[in-house]
Design a protein around this ligand. Structure first.
Ligand code: GAP
Length: 453
């Protein structure tokens, strides 16, 4: 029973995403391309707000982290040294009956026999390794000497620029380098909407430290990251920490946590927090022949720092935000009859549009002029949306459905027609409670800024 409800909920979310312009299938008019998605006018705002908040918390509000923005294509030697060229693989199985390509861990077992999850066929190939990196060529010749890959993670750019960033920022251990950017993986089986995509964005921090601090910092970053998700409106009881067991951890990692979220399609990873030891820098030092050591001025010792890495997915977090925000409740329509209201209860901090501005009537010049003045007043501070069409209740509903936390209505009281004491005041409506308060126009910017930041 629960399963159908959750599947239906997911269907409604996917349909809302398309209907209201959060997420579209990539190349849709040509039939799409599996595992690739485009963000529409509202999706792009949500994504930007998420990335800006991550950057604010992880870089701007700290003394010990600086940012960088590396290129997507890098020298192939990077991927050899990091181990990706040889080992960034998933085991793949083919179903000989329906020709489905499957990840080995998706094969179902019934009565001791392995079956294809698509057609139920039992004629399956043995698993074989499939490298997830997209191969490409740099320059005019397409031969082995020009091969490289679209990066499958942003982290390697940070490791190979470690020395340059250290030199220019003059940071002392412990310190971090943060980056947000695209990553590409030729996933065998993209699924669950944007959850497993072939092109996605990551928000990664490589936090360099001394070996003896690694385990403590792993705990520290796990807690910091949990706080982050709560601060963008994800309920703590829907977040889970999985301690990745020894046999599933990368051999060089001394500890890894997965932060998981209860999506409608099950509990799945949002972010990995991994203590990667000195593996990455050591590999690049060995392969490049360039020193990536840190010189400790106090002890006069040189050593390769260790690293703790919180690595989050932008697209997965956006999907979690939408799933978390989606809700339906009952609210009165224009005539007082109860109807179902779809509301995206986004935290104001990440909501795509912060405030709707509505003149009560579109054919009253004074109301329209006042509403437009308010738009001009607020625009330097936040993304606002002006809407004059349709009944006011309908306009509220349209904003509720896309998660706009505040609505401002300019009415005849604003013009001082009923009570001069109310001149230049407006109603400020809050999306979730639907409560309205009367606020002076001059106070609007301060009130809203304090609620959205
Ligand atoms: N540098 C470490 C690293 O890349 P990962 O666990 O492979 O670790 C980190 O990826 C995060 O990137 C994941 O927790 C997830 O949020 C996101 N991610 C990975 N593969 C993805 C995919 N195919 N689609 C969407 N997001 C993905």
């Amino acid at each position: 029973m629960k399963e159908t409800t959750e599947a239906q909920r997911m269907e409604k979310i996917v349909s809302l995403c398309k209907r209201r312009g959060f997420i579209f299938q990539s190349s849709e008019i040509y039939g799409g391309l599996n595992g690739l998605w485009d963000y529409g006018p509202l999706g792009v705002e949500l994504k930007r707000n998420l990335k800006s908040y991550w950057w604010r918390v992880m870089v701007h509000e700290r003394d010990d982290v600086v940012g960088m923005d590396g290129s997507i294509l890098m020298n192939r030697a990077v991927w050899k040294a990091s181990g990706h060229e040889d080992t960034f693989t998933d085991p793949m199985v083919d179903c000989r009956s329906c020709k489905a390509r499957l990840r080995a861990d998706q094969i179902v077992e019934k009565k001791g026999a392995k079956q294809c999850p698509v057609c139920g066929g039992k004629d399956l190939t043995e698993p074989r390794s499939f490298n997830l990196m997209f191969k490409t060529y740099v320059g005019a010749t397409e031969d082995e000497s020009s091969v490289t890959y679209l990066r499958p993670e942003t982290a390697q750019a940070i490791f190979v620029q470690f020395k340059n960033v250290l030199d220019v920022s003059r940071k002392k251990l412990s310190f971090g380098i943060a980056q947000i950017g695209k990553a590409f993986r030729n996933e065998i089986n993209p699924r669950n909407f944007t959850f497993r995509s072939r092109e996605f964005e990551q928000m990664e921090l490589e936090y360099f430290c001394r070996a003896e601090e690694g385990i403590k910092l792993l705990e520290y970053w796990k807690e910091e990251r949990l706080k982050f998700y709560e601060n963008i409106g994800i309920a703590r009881d829907k977040l889970h920490v999985l301690t990745v067991p020894d046999e599933e951890r990368a051999f060089y990692s001394k500890g890894t946590y997965d932060i998981e979220y209860d999506f409608p399609f099950g509990r799945q990873e949002l972010e990995g927090v991994a203590y990667r030891t000195d593996y990455d820098l050591s590999q690049h030092q060995k392969a490049s022949g360039k020193s990536l050591e840190y010189f400790d001025e106090e002890t006069k010792q040189k050593f390769i720092p260790h690293v703790v890495e919180p690595s989050a997915g932008v697209d997965r977090t956006v999907l979690a935000l939408i799933c978390e925000a989606y809700s339906e409740d009952q609210a009165p329509d224009e005539k007082g009859k109860m109807e179902t209201r779809i509301v995206l209860r986004f935290h104001p901090r990440i909501a795509p549009i912060k405030c709707g501005v509505f003149p009560l009537l579109k054919n009253n010049e004074q109301l329209v002029a006042k509403a437009k003045q308010i738009v001009d007043l607020l625009r330097p501070h936040m993304f606002v949306f002006y809407d004059e069409s349709g009944a006011i209740g309908r306009r509220y509903r349209r904003q509720d459905e896309i998660g706009t936390p505040f609505g401002i209505t300019v009415d005849f009281e604003t013009l001082g027609e009923k009570d001069s004491a109310l001149c230049d005041t407006v109603t400020l409506r809050e999306r979730d409670s639907m409560k309205q308060e009367r606020v002076a126009i001059k106070d609007l910017a301060d009130i809203l800024i304090s609620r959205i930041s």
